[in-house]
Write a protein that binds this ligand. Structure first.
Ligand code: HEM
Length: 412
């Protein structure tokens, strides 16, 4: 596959330390991860390319477990204003808190979030999501020419699911607009800092004007659940509801849409696995888990900030320091996963880090799994589906936080 990054170490000229991120915008993980995992210290110093902040990077499974399970390494502190960071701008519209998770936690609504994304809630949407995947795939069946599986399958499936389950009835223009703003903001490069902040501001203004309407609209979406529960527990202000909607957009859409695209490419790259899934649909849940382990999504890393001095595998992380954890590197650690770059249906081994670990384990994991399962079922039911280009010729958007191809050319 193509690599958009320079395999030579991007080093900070002042210190000789690697700069981060590694610019691996395609599905090919940067070789720096493997090199650091094999021969670097368990917690490696890196420098943010964009802010010059000095950070620590974790690439090993065992170290990541330790970091993500230590409450002294705090996600909220890492997201607070002024914290060292690896992205060019702070991810908040000016004047907002920019941490919908902390807002829900403090409003005593963490359980409502967990419940609203829990098994019962997801079961309510499962049939619709499967039918939507089948319908989109069916519409492609008559095509004799090449089509774009991203634009015609993965993206509308992810978009429709986000509308129906998270945000409420957005029309197509609203969906497109929100996604455009998210694409401008949630990236390392390819837009100016002013444009990134403007995108975050536009998203915030949009939800300030529309979150209450969306929450009140018919449907069983999460924003409605949160708004209704808050009415009983003490109403969230319009400002707070807007921040919650922003959280659902930012955490729920670019992740799901990018991941569906990446997972489609992984699957179509393994026709023997698709044939096996076609013969034996009971393998589908294990395919979903292996996709979550194998297919890289984030081009950056999760972060935690030390609230006091913490020892991690022999390194002192000083109070105020930020540790980055690359879930992608951890998911390809050969100490944890035998032959980690191979895609193996029915793989045995420890839990993957596709949804993180510990206190901040992705609360949307059930919904995301349901969506990925619907995609895998649709592909497994149509083993004639093929990539129309070599995987290395797929072009990827450069600089996005969450990898996404420009298109997935496919045919029958
Ligand atoms: C394939 C799709 C998805 C993937 C791969 C994914 C992955 C992740 C990961 C790795 C984390 C942990 C971040 C950390 O430790 O700092 C996370 C957190 C989170 N995810 Fe997801 N996610 C997906 C979809 C969703 C969806 C659909 C939602 C729905 C709203 C969602 C909501 C969240 C939230 C709110 C958090 C923050 C939790 C916290 O800080 O306590 N995610 N996700």
């Amino acid at each position: 596959m193509t690599t958009a990054h320079d395999p030579a170490a991007p080093a900070d000229p002042a210190s000789g330390t690697l700069t981060y991120p590694f610019h691996d915008w395609t599905q090919q993980l940067s070789p720096h991860y493997a090199r650091l995992r094999e021969s670097g210290p368990p917690v490696c110093p890196v420098v943010s390319e964009y802010t010059g902040d000095r950070l620590w990077l974790v690439t090993r499974y065992a170290t990541a477990v330790q970091v993500l399970e230590d409450p002294r390494l705090s996600s909220a502190a890492a997201m607070a204003p002024g914290s060292p960071r690896h992205e060019p701008v702070e991810l908040r519209a000016p004047g907002t808190r920019g941490n919908g998770v902390a807002l829900l936690n403090e409003a005593g609504m963490r359980a409502v979030l967990a419940d609203g994304l829990g098994p019962r809630a997801v079961r309510r949407h499962q049939e619709w999501i499967r039918e939507r995947a089948d319908t989109l795939m069916h519409e492609l069946l008559t095509r004799r020419d090449t089509f774009d599986l991203a634009r015609e399958f993965a993206l509308p499936l992810a978009r429709g699911t986000a509308s129906r389950t998270l945000l409420g009835p957005l029309d197509a223009d609203e969906e497109e607009q929100l996604i455009r703003w998210a694409d401008v903001s949630l990236r390392f490069c390819g837009a100016t800092a002013e444009h990134m902040v403007a995108g975050l501001t536009d998203i915030h203004r949009y939800f300030l004007a529309h979150a209450r309407r969306l929450a009140d609209a018919p449907g069983k979406h999460l924003l409605k659940t949160i708004a209704n529960t808050a009415t009983h527990t003490g109403r969230l202000s319009d400002e707070e509801l807007a921040e919650v909607a922003e959280l659902f957009l930012v955490a729920g859409y670019p992740t799901s849409s990018g991941f569906l695209c990446g997972a489609l490419i992984t699957l179509l790259n393994h026709p023997e696995a698709v044939a096996a899934l076609n013969r034996d649909p009971a393998l589908i849940p294990s395919a979903v888990e292996e996709l979550l382990r194998h297919t890289p999504l984030s081009t950056g890393a999760a972060r935690r900030r030390a609230t006091e001095d913490v020892q991690v595998d022999g390194t002192t992380i000083k109070a105020g320091d930020v540790v980055l954890i690359s879930m992608e590197a951890v998911n390809h650690d050969p100490e944890a996963f035998e032959d980690p770059d191979a895609f193996i249906l029915g793989r045995q081994g420890p839990a993957h880090f596709g949804f993180g670990r510990g206190l901040h384990f992705c609360p949307g994991n059930r919904l995301a799994r349901c969506l990925i399962e619907a995609m895998v079922r649709a592909v497994a039911g149509h083993p004639g589906l093929r990539l129309a280009v070599a995987p290395e010729d797929i072009r990827w958007h450069e600089g996005l936080f969450f990898r996404r191809p420009e298109a997935i050319p496919a045919s029958w």
